[in-house]
Design a protein around this ligand. Sequence first.
Ligand code: FAD
Length: 469
Amino acid sequence: PAYDLAAFRADLGAIATEDNPKLVKQKSRDFFWYSPVLKRQLDDVTADLVVTPKSEAEVVAAVAAAYRHGVPLTVRGAGTGNYGQAMPLSGGAILNLAEMTAVKAIGSGFVVAEAGAIIEAIDTATRAHSGQELRLHPSTYRSATIGGFIAGGSGGVGSVRWGGLRDHGNIIRARVVTCEATPRVLDLTGDDMHKVSHAYGTNGVITEVEMPLTAAYDWVDVLCGFDDYVTAARFGDALARQDGLLAKEIAVVAAPVPHDYFLRHQKFIRRDQSVAVLAIAPFAIGAFAAFAARMQAEILYRSDTASDEEKKGLPPAYELTWNHTTLRGLRVDPSITYLQTLYPAPDHLEKVATIAGIFGDEVPEHLEFVRFDGDVACFGLPIVRFSTEERLEEIIALYEANGCPVFNPHRYTLEEGGMKQTDAVQLAFKREADPKGLLNPGKMIAWEDPEFDFTSEKTYLFKGLRVAG
Ligand code: FAD
């Protein structure tokens, strides 16, 4: 490496480190391999060292040491990002927050937790304390950290009710350590949150967060079957608009994906059925059943009425949604890949029908209904039956030509992965908070190569990419 590893380690003092290359490599990987493109580019990327602080004071000391020695630092929660967010492109150290898991305070409508707390563990604490739960969680509820969700995620289960993570009010506060000679500890609130939310840890280390809570329920998992995918999409949209009918999750997955990939639920699903995967509040289940009957939805499964025998071994319904749909597909057919797209309102259902007509079974669609500023729209997380990288680019171009932006999960930079442009606020904060550019190098094009031409249709290739020999 271009820095003195031994001197860096000596400077870390009592902070826990790990240099066993096998273990370091394990902690240098996330779910980048979901993408055949990222797999080709990043498979050999690895850090030199894992540093595991136990407290904010240790984070401050570790960051100060990295600054002194010029060591690239990539923060890691649980490493479940699927855009290669946590891949240490320049090597250096992984700053592993997995041991900072304390739930520090719970009150009416809020929780304060350390960044490394697992999302499910936070909910377990808030449920026991006062029957509350987080508004939103990724489908990686059982493994992802709250800090990783804020720095690397966007929304998920709950977004149909509450919107996305970056919408006003969905994060109350983030406490951030800067990467300077003398690191500062800042409590960011209001608009300042946007400096670090979804910034991939390129401009600060989040040590603690304050998140809003809502009433907790024992959500009822429901699967509804439809003969036709577009009808299923209309049902999902109509359900999302039932203001009195509390749903936490509404996904629609086109046939034959539910039957072919939801192996544990396969017994409930015919191969030609498109399926709506839902989580409904128990108090609303009667109203929901009436609504479903009126919409001619066939209820295939309901967790509140299924027998213990039927429920045996089934994952929760949210683990059929968001990127878990893709994961289940990859387990059955490793040759598939996926995309993340948006069907903007108000004509999203027309776009859904158009896109389905263009691709058919080459791109079986998967929709996630969400609220945007009070309106309903949907994301697409389609399965793509992958042939070549060129065809994948063509498919992306066809989505975009039909008014559906693609958040390309085959790119590792913030800009190409979805933002589409430089986020001036994040860039300005990086200038201030990471003057040496040590935090997660290679992920923010605006920092690495301000001249990069986004209209060139070229993929950005990070010059500092260092791969293991
Ligand atoms: P990591 O992968 O460890 O990190 C993510 C990014 O944040 C990295 O850039 C990392 O450097 C940075 N980071 C981590 N912790 C910090 C910190 N404390 N301070 C600063 N930067 C930090 N995402 C969604 O938004 N919604 C979903 O529903 C969803 N479903 C998924 C399903 C599957 C099967 C998979 C594989 C991924 C899914 N994702 C989803 C992506 C990912 O799970 C989420 O973004 C998740 O919240 C990341 O948490 P993590 O702890 O694993 O973060």
